[in-house]
Every structure is written in C-alpha cells, then in structure tokens.
Write a protein of this length. Structure first.
Length: 464
C-alpha cells in the first residue's frame, strides 16, 4: 500500500457496495489488542470507512454480488482453514506471487489461497490456479476495515498471511496478529517517498510494523528503508525480487497478428507506459521517419483504459493506428488494448521501452523483455527496479536516456540500435545472462515462509 489507507490502480480496487458499511470509529477495539493498538485500529477504521463511502459511485459500476460480498468480507470462506493466504494487489504483484506459489508447490504440500485487490490481479490469479496445484482458491481481499477484516480472518483461519511487495495493510496485519496468525511480506519494497510517509506516521504505523514477523526485502536499499520506519533488524533480510523467478506466460495472439508481426519494419514495444511517455515515443519515431529510418511502435499503456487516449495521440501526430483487439492493418502504430497480451509481443520485438521511467513512477519490471533477449531504452526514473536495471545497464542491455532532450536522445538511441543488428542481438543476449545472476528469490523466500509456518504450529498468539 503506497499510502496509509489504500492504493488504487483502478476502480476495481475499491470495495463494491450493495449498501455502505458503518464506519468503524475510535470505540472499536479488537480482542487481544492493547489500548493503544485499539486506538490505532479505531482511527484507521474511520479513515477506511470514509474511503469506502467516498468510493460508492465508482464501486457500483460493474461489480456483481459475489465480488461485493468478497470485498466487504461477508462472503463465505473460499477454502478450508489452515491455508497460506498469499496476497498480491494487482497483476504485476500477482506475477511475483506466482513464483512463490510455484516454489511452494515444488517443495511441500502447503495449500494456498490467492487474494488480490484488482480485477486484473484476479485474472492473473485465476491463470495461476489453472497451472499451480497448490492454489486451492482465488478471492478478492476484503476492504481493509479492521473489524470486518478480523472477522473474515477468524472465519478463514489461515495458517499465515503473506503479502507481496508494497502491501502493508493495518487492518489485515493487526487483525492477523491479534488472532495469532503470523504475517510476512515477500519481495518487499519501499520507495523513498513511501518510507518518508510511513516514518512521518510514527506512532500510528509502528504497531503495523511490529505485527510483521518477517520481511524479505528485494534489495539492500529496501531493507534500509524498512529499518528506517522501525522494523527490527532481526525481522528483515534481503531475499531478492520474486519477479525474476516468475515464468513469463505468453497467451495466444488474436488471429492474423503473428503474421503481421513477422513481416515489416523492426518493432519497438513500449511496455506499461504512462503519460507523457507515449507523446515522447511518438515524437521520436516521427523524427526517425524524417531521417528515412522505419520502425513500428507497439504501445501498451499501463492502464488499458487509456487505449483510446493513446490512439488519439498517435493520430494527432500523423500516424495510422490499429488495435490489438481488432484486425491487423497497414498502420505503423499498434495500440495494445487487451490485458494479458504484452508478454506475447516480446518475441517479435527488436527493441523495448520500459514504461514508468519518464513518468515519475520508478519503472516497471524489465524482466519479460530481458528474458526474451530484447534490449531496452529507459528514462531516468528507475528507483523501483534499480538492482535489475543496474545489472542490465552493466551488461549493455539497457540504455538510459536523460529527461532533458528526451525526444532527441530517444531518437538517437533508437537509430543506433536499429543500425546494427549484431550489436542489438549481443546486447539482448547479455541481458538474458544478467538475469540469471539475480535469480533465486523464490527458493529463499519459500524456505523462510515454511519456517514461519513450522514455528507457528508450536507457538500461540504473540502478546501485543
């Protein structure tokens, strides 16, 4: 969670309502919690209740009765007691969770419940269940209202709660601890701004941190940030990035697209883009065209709902466009408007662009591109993927472009890579090799989680 209450990637992350739940105020105190912890949960409950109320209109769109019940915590438990609850808020985090699920399936007989906060995350989770026998059920995690979440946990009775990456939920964590359910965070990351906000929260957030039994940080920098917000050094260690161990599933492309991608000018795939990155890329490609260098551009916006906006920008820039959801056509700009098909484009790409690196996001995962042997261009905002980006840069598989003069630098870097096929292929292969040295997070994390489960069988609830 990037803010104290919640993070929303889309309207589906907020809790669909049939009727508004009553906000839980300062008088709420769960059994087993100290007076201070009860006050913290009460104050947080007011904020969570207010967030639910404010989201009412958005939540009424497109949510069925089953989804509403799951998000409000009133649905029957989706599986029996004693399962490992593995939570990943959206598609990217769920991809990381898939590596841990596969490792747990390989090494032991523990059954999993996958929970998520977005509909995209649910789609990925369902795909994981189809291939991973350890996954018994998939559900939306209830909205983080302390009382409702604790009651849901009490009915579900999981063996442990494991969240992935930046998921720090006060209601979930304190509710689990009050019930004697161990909590862990896997492949954990904290960006500098998030660490600053959590540190400023001080007395409010410290009980949440204290509820976590173990944190497996992605990098040493992430570990230092967790220490800075009050995590005990004995509870946090560097285990690596689960996304590096995750398989890259490639769904079948719609009819006709394999042939379209196999012929014609080289393909630049711009992955998980944010505004204004699409405009920069379109301007760079237009500059290349003016220099008689041909390249096709596939733009996959981070949020598929922006596809129409991206298509409008391309047409305003003078390009013909087509959408991946439609038939192939004689266009140089492909808008990837279908969720789940980006990974299927990498085998056809000559060059990639890493989204969220000109926008102040910190970068999205470069793993799928590097695994396919595709060299990458990126802007300067790489703090969210620093270790992987540094390894790829050192191998020559990632070229960083400055923010000032971005269009000129992008066009020049593209022209260099397009002019030498052999150099481009060598860079891509070096990036593939660089990934290998960073892998192993899934095995290290699974070992710690299974140790946590074994320890929990011999101990009762930890006093607060």
């Amino acid at each position: 969670m990037t803010d104290v209450v919640a993070r929303r990637d889309d309207a589906a992350e907020t809790p669909p309502l049939g009727g508004l739940p009553s906000p839980e105020g300062p008088s709420v105190r769960e059994p087993g919690l100290s007076r201070f912890h009860g006050f913290v949960l009460g104050a947080y409950g007011v904020a969570a209740g207010a967030a639910v109320a404010a989201a009412r209109i958005a939540l009424l769109r497109g949510a069925g009765a089953s989804e509403r019940a799951e998000r409000l915590g009133t649905a029957p438990p989706p599986c029996g007691p004693g399962r490992l609850l593995l939570h990943a808020v959206s598609a990217g985090e769920m991809t990381a969770a898939s590596a841990l699920a596969s490792e747990i399936e390989r090494t032991c007989g523990v059954k999993l419940l996958l929970t998520t906060g977005t509909r995209e995350g649910r789609i990925v989770a369902e795909r994981i269940r189809e291939t991973c026998r350890a996954v018994e059920a998939v559900a939306f995690l209830p909205w983080d209202r302390p009382g409702a979440v604790r009651r849901w946990l009490a009915r579900l009775a999981p063996a442990a709660v494991v969240t992935v990456e930046a998921e720090l939920w006060p209601g979930l964590f304190l509710g689990a601890r009050s019930l004697g359910i161990p909590v862990a965070v896997a492949s954990a990351r904290l960006r500098p701004g998030e660490a600053w906000r959590y540190a400023r929260a001080g007395p409010f957030f410290r009980p949440v941190v204290d509820a976590v039994a173990w944190i497996g940080a992605r990098t040493e920098e992430d570990r230092e940030r967790f220490l800075a917000i009050g995590v005990s050094p004995s509870r946090v260690e560097v285990t690596g990035d689960l996304k590096l161990d995750a398989p890259t599933p490639a769904a079948a492309l719609p009819p006709g697209w394999e042939a379209w991608l196999a012929i014609g000018p080289p393909l630049l795939v711009a992955a998980s883009t944010h505004a204004p990155e699409e405009e920069l890329l379109l301007a760079a490609v237009k500059r290349l065209r003016g220099e008689s260098a041909e390249v096709r551009l596939a733009i996959a916006p981070r949020h598929v709902a922006r596809s129409s906006e991206v298509e409008r920008l391309a047409r305003q820039a003078g390009f013909g466009t087509c959408r991946l959801s439609g038939p192939p056509g004689p266009a140089s700009i492909l808008v990837v408007d279908t969720f789940g098909l980006l990974s299927s484009l990498w085998p056809h790409a000559a060059i990639g662009f890493l989204g969220g690196t000109f926008a102040p996001v910190g970068g999205h995962s470069p793993v799928a591109a590097a695994e396919a042997g595709v060299p990458l261009l990126a802007g300067p905002s790489l703090e969210g993927v620093r270790d992987v980006a540094d390894a790829l840069r050192h191998a020559g598989a990632l070229v960083e472009v400055g923010k000032d003069g971005a269009v000129e630098e992008l066009a020049a870097a593209l022209a260099r890579l397009l002019s030498d096929d052999g150099d481009r292929l060598r860079r891509g292969e070096a990036g593939r090799r660089a990934l290998g040295s960073l892998r192993g997070a899934a095995a290290r994390t699974a070992t710690r989680i299974l140790g946590l489960l074994a320890s929990a069988r011999h101990t009762g609830p930890e006093p607060l």
